[in-house]
Unconditional design. Structure first.
Lengths: 265, 325
């Protein structure tokens, strides 16, 4: 009991410290949030005219008359990549020697590893939340009602934790911030090997095949169901499963890697 | 009880390519309340030794204990007793030193108001009160070292490990740290420090172990080490190479360094006239001669067979060793 409390206190202190670091570097938050917002505006601007309200009554009315609803999930998935910062935070501390200092103190090693993940998670929630606010302002309106925002945010959170886990594992294993940053390179092809601009039925050939194996597909489809179509439970469920499995997988990988990294040589 | 008791510790790093015996056989004992200096060149095994004693590296062979607590089996208890400032200072450049002290106090288990109090105390102690609200990024090398020292003192450790605390600092900043370390010793803290500087070991350490290629090759107080050479050093300075060559016939046990010849003899001052007479009668011109007590430099040469080079001028930023992560 006592040691649980110590653990939580340590986690809280270490998390606060990392948040302070984030606040000291506000510009580091900009690129990802900017790209995500940019996607939203550009795609809505370029495609919203054709596939939005004017597509009603045609076979191309997959956005149900509101293209912002349809494209918002793409921006949110992009925003959730910000979870990949977790690994960078951790590797920065390894590189600066702060990690070693903590190891020489009687601090739980799990608190040291978990703190950057928590900050990554917070980052995902804030960035995805901000994109949603922008989406709402330019006309998003979830088909399932306001609870839809909460559900989309939950999926984004799981998805973002997946990136957090991946970046922590990659960072700890490579011992360099480049290794941790590789998490975002993985993301870009994944975002576009998916029904990014049109529903999956409209994809052809190899892209149709690739997207079927890409978990991003199921995450986007679940968010779209919530935003565009309403309670299509099996699709929504699949999205939660895809994002949840990704998170579980990479977090396990992260824990295993971290255990190895904190072992004494 | 001994502050630190190290018995034949050894560290072997094994990788796919090769094995490195970073520490071959190191033993020493540190009494409570003394400053103990591990003196040796780059690559001697100083940092590896410190990392083993501070629970950050496993010990391949041998035994070590801190205040009677076994380093290998009772990590957590050891960590509570020791303060550590590693060679690569673990400092967060984006925060201020006040924030760093506060965070570290909290991590050591102080509550918020005690942490605030302790932060003020430590800032004062290491002379950073003025700079407390500035980001560490703007600090000089000396300030960072003092901050690092302060951070290792948060929990008032009984034993303090400092790995090359003054490497790369200018003489002024180095002196400030020396005074700091001596003050700590005077309050009862035991200090184990490593250094590449003869002068630092001489000035600061109550006892010294010279470490070379993973082995302790000499140990004692600075005076004991100097006395172990047995006698005084007489230095003869010559004008020409020719004279040196001829003089070497007369001074058979001498060691040459540039235009000088040195010999170590008992009671050097009284023997100078005799040597001078011999040299003059052999037609050799001596431009100056002096007798002195041996220095730590002479001791180092004697036990390792080479001089600790470049130890007097401030060295460039220490290269971070290629430590596997
Ligand atoms: N993690 C490591 N893996 C392999 N070799 C190492 C490692 N750490 C240190 N060494 C080697 O061990 C020797 C001693 O290093 P070190 O203890 O850092 O010396 P010092 O601190 O006296 O300069 C060096 O040859 C160094 O290259
Ligand atoms: Mg070293």
């Amino acid at each position: 009991m006592e040691s649980n409390r110590t653990f939580l206190t340590q986690l809280q202190i270490l998390t606060k410290r990392l948040l302070l670091r984030v606040i000291r570097r506000p510009l580091a938050e900009l690129p990802n949030i900017f790209i995500s917002a940019f996607f939203l505006f550009v795609y809505d601007g370029a495609l919203g005219g054709v596939f939005g309200g004017s597509a009603q009554g045609t076979p191309f009315d997959f956005a149900n008359g509101n293209f912002v609803n349809f494209i918002l999930p793409v921006s949110i998935v992009s925003a959730s990549v910000s979870g990949g910062a977790s690994g960078i935070y951790l590797v920065e501390d390894i590189e600066s020697g702060v990690f070693k200092r903590y190891q020489s103190m009687p601090i739980s090693k799990w608190a040291i590893i978990l703190a950057p993940m928590l900050v990554g998670a917070l980052r995902v929630l804030l960035q995805a939340g901000l994109i949603m606010v922008i989406g709402k302002i330019i006309g998003a309106d979830p088909a399932v009602g306001a609870v839809g925002y909460f559900m989309v945010l939950s999926i984004a959170f799981l998805w973002g934790m997946g990136f957090a886990g991946y970046s922590v594992a990659a960072g700890v294993r490579s011992g360099s911030s480049q290794g941790a940053q590789a998490a975002s390179f993985l993301f870009f092809p994944a975002l576009f090997l998916a029904p990014t601009f049109v529903p999956r039925e409209a994809l052809r050939g190899w892209l149709a095949t690739a997207s079927a194996y890409n978990p991003t597909t199921y995450v986007i489809e679940a968010m779209r169901a919530i935003m565009v179509d309403g309670w299509i439970n099996d699709i929504i469920f699949k999205g939660f499963i895809a994002a949840g499995s990704f998170a579980a997988l990479t977090l396990t990988f992260a824990v295993l890697s971290a255990r190895k990294a904190t072992e004494k040589a | 009880m001994l502050a630190v008791d190290v018995k034949n510790i050894k560290k072997t790093f094994t990788s796919k390519q090769d094995t490195v015996e970073a520490v071959k056989d190191v033993s020493f004992q540190v009494k409570q309340g003394e400053i103990f200096g591990l003196l040796g060149p780059n690559g001697a095994g100083k940092s590896t030794t410190i990392l083993m004693l501070t629970t950050l590296l496993s010990i391949t062979d041998g035994k070590a204990s801190i205040l009677g607590i076994d380093v290998e089996t009772q990590e957590k208890q050891v960590r509570e007793k020791i303060g550590v400032a590693l060679q690569d200072t673990g400092i967060d450049n984006l925060l201020t030193s006040k924030e760093l002290f506060f965070t570290t106090c909290r991590l050591w288990g102080y509550n918020k108001s005690d942490s605030e109090k302790r932060t003020e105390e430590l800032l004062e102690l290491v002379g950073l009160t003025e700079a407390a609200d500035r980001r560490v990024k703007t600090y000089s090398g000396g300030m960072k070292r003092r901050l690092d020292l302060g951070l290792s003192l948060v929990h008032s450790p009984e034993i303090l490990f400092l790995d090359e605390p003054t490497t790369g600092l200018d003489p002024g900043s180095r002196r400030v740290l020396w005074d700091e370390i001596k003050r700590l010793r005077d309050t009862g803290v035991t200090v184990i420090l490593t250094t590449q500087y003869l002068e630092e070991a001489d000035e600061l350490a109550d006892r010294i172990a010279i470490i070379d290629e993973g082995l302790v090759v000499a140990e004692g107080t600075s005076d004991e080490l100097k006395a172990s050479i047995g006698g005084d050093v007489i230095t003869f300075l010559f004008e020409t190479e020719e004279d040196i060559i001829k003089a070497q016939q007369v001074l058979t046990d001498s060691v040459q360094e540039k235009m000088e010849l040195r010999i170590t003899v008992e009671d050097g001052a009284s023997k100078i006239p005799g040597y001078l007479k011999e040299l003059t009668s052999a037609g050799i011109e001596v431009s100056s001669v002096s007798a002195s007590k041996p220095t730590l430099d002479d001791v180092f040469l004697e036990v390792t067979g080479y001089r600790l080079e470049g130890s007097e001028e401030p060295v460039e930023e220490t290269p971070t060793s290629t430590r596997g992560r």
